[in-house]
Write a protein that binds this ligand. Sequence first.
Ligand SMILES: Nc1ncnc2c1ncn2[C@@H]1O[C@H](COP(=O)(O)OP(=O)(O)OP(=O)(O)O)[C@@H](O)[C@H]1O
Length: 309
Amino acid sequence: MAEPVIEAEGLGIRFSAHRKRRRSLREVLLGARRGPAAAGGSFWPVRGASFSVHRGECVGIVGKNGTGKSTLLKMIAGVLIPDEGRVEVRGRVAPLLELRAGFNGQLTGRENIRLVGSLHGMSQEALDERFDEIVDFADLRGGYIDMPVRHYSSGMKVRLGFALVAQLEHPIMLVDEVLAVGDQEFRQKCYAAIERMLADGRTMVLVSHSDADLRHFCGRGLYLKDGAVALDSGIDTVLDAYQQDLTAEEGGPAPSGEAREEPAGERAAPGAPSRRGGAEAAAGTDAGRKDPGARRRIRGRDGGGGGAA
Ligand SMILES: Nc1ncnc2c1ncn2[C@@H]1O[C@H](COP(=O)(O)OP(=O)(O)OP(=O)(O)O)[C@@H](O)[C@H]1O
């Protein structure tokens, strides 16, 4: 079998109030906050997480609030540096995480496209070529593109962030809840963009609280519980196990195999065909090899995880 494009082994990170955790440049640029650990004590939001993701797969990460899903994604993205274990990523990553936080409020939308686009490795030529497409996708009409981003609504910032990252041709996409934002029309565009990227043979890891989105896009799921992977299986099995745990905690009877009810805004794009066969459909394409030089191996500060650096 081909090498996985993402390989995590014994991955863990500790957030501590008493030790200033090192933040990577990207974390600083994304404006990630230090969270409740700053209130006292230290804890491991993720610990002992091991899993692999193969090229062309779409894997959903499922779990309750605060169980470390976003933290796990940020370690894969290289935004956070693990304290234990290792994560190896073979290919460049398009991070669809905290999209509104990546911009400099003093710069205009146009200037931010250049700045953030080049931080993601896009050439100025590519940015020039795709500029109109980015602005159209973000639907920034009425001269907003030449206004400082601090005047944008949070929805406008997310739209611009998605429009920009969607232009990246990186073979691995990390998507954190971005599908839950924006109006119906924008969400439809996001779904279509992600469909296109998956059809291209790219790999996606999706964090979402929407069963519909997870079932729609993902063939496989990881159930994250107390910071570790409690179950790695087909997405239906994973969502059912999660639902059973939720129901057991609430003290009620488990529903018989039905997905839990989704809020109206959380449904997958109506009429969109399911991509659950995506991994198989994508197998055999060479999208994952587009950028063979982008291989990143991050080991925890303990040097552990059993892998060679
Ligand atoms: N940079 C940080 N510094 C300190 N604590 C953090 C940081 N980021 C997140 N946390 C805390 O770590 C825990 C895990 O957070 P994380 O955002 O990964 O959970 P999650 O499973 O994605 O939650 P949700 O489903 O609510 O998005 C939470 O208690 C959170 O408050």
